[in-house]
Design a protein around this ligand. Structure first.
Ligand code: GTP
Ligand code: MG
Length: 219
């Protein structure tokens, strides 16, 4: 006789329990929170930076940066003088709810309206761990190729918003929006799609308007 321990199941169960605690804490304080996911280099940090630049006079932001090593992304937020915390996973390919629970206990939540959590750059692992945010966002850049929804469906299916980034590169890169959106709708019929460039600011106002609407509607 031997005993089989289902580590995976209990791991997710425990994570979901803590994610719910995190969500309750943030909701109670009316903080609109985003889990920003996507491949390394898809433009997650630049997207958050540009959002803060646009709305820093309207909302108080808080930032939690997730990286395997280093503080490079956190340093990019120094100029805004807003609460920013770096989580180093030390090799882990995603953030989990416990890491966020700890991070928010170290940040003064009283003065935050909108919290951005940048997950570790990865299209696989972050999708499996609920971290208690109100909205999941996948930042996808057109340089990654048309086939990514088919190859990595989970991260798209758990996301509420898909930002298609780097549209300024369209003259140089082949990208079939119609085909991409068709595949995206198959994994998530409700996902909100916003095409923009975090670099040039093209269409960025669409995201800004949407964020303002969300804040008004839900918090
Ligand atoms: N042309 C163009 N470049 C962009 C755009 N958004 C981001 N970039 C560039 O893409 C590179 C990566 O951007 P980051 O914001 O650091 O990407 P990230 O997703 O945060 O990367 P990791 O944190 O390493 O996973 C940088 O050189 C950015 O300037 C865009 O809309 N257009
Ligand atoms: Mg980054």
């Amino acid at each position: 006789m031997f005993k089989v321990i289902r580590i995976e199941e209990s791991l997710f169960e425990e994570n979901d329990k803590i994610a719910k605690e995190v969500k309750d804490t943030l909701r109670k304080r009316k903080i609109l929170s985003f889990n920003i996911m996507g491949s390394p280099g898809s433009g997650k940090t630049l997207f958050i930076e540009r959002t803060v630049e646009n709305l820093k006079d309207k909302f108080n932001f808080g930032i939690i940066e997730g990286d395997i090593e280093g503080t490079l992304d956190t340093e990019r937020f120094k100029r805004f003088n807003i609460p920013t915390i770096q989580i180093n996973t030390g090799g882990g390919c995603h953030l989990d709810a416990n890491m966020i629970k700890k991070a928010i206990s170290e940040i003064n939540l009283n003065h935050i309206d909108v919290l951005f959590i940048e997950n570790v750059g990865n299209l696989v692992c972050p999708a499996e761990f609920d971290i208690g945010t109100e909205k999941n966002v996948i930042i996808f850049s057109i340089t990654e190729g048309n086939d990514k929804v088919i190859k990595y469906p989970l991260i798209f299916s758990v996301s509420d918003i898909c930002v298609i980034n780097k549209i300024d590169l369209l003259p140089y890169i082949e990208f079939d929006f119609e085909n991409f959106e068709k595949n995206l709708r198959k994994v998530s019929s409700k996902i909100k799609i916003i095409k923009l460039s975090s670099k040039t600011g093209q269409n960025f106002e669409k995201w800004i308007e949407y964020l303002k609407e969300l804040k008004k509607k839900e918090f």
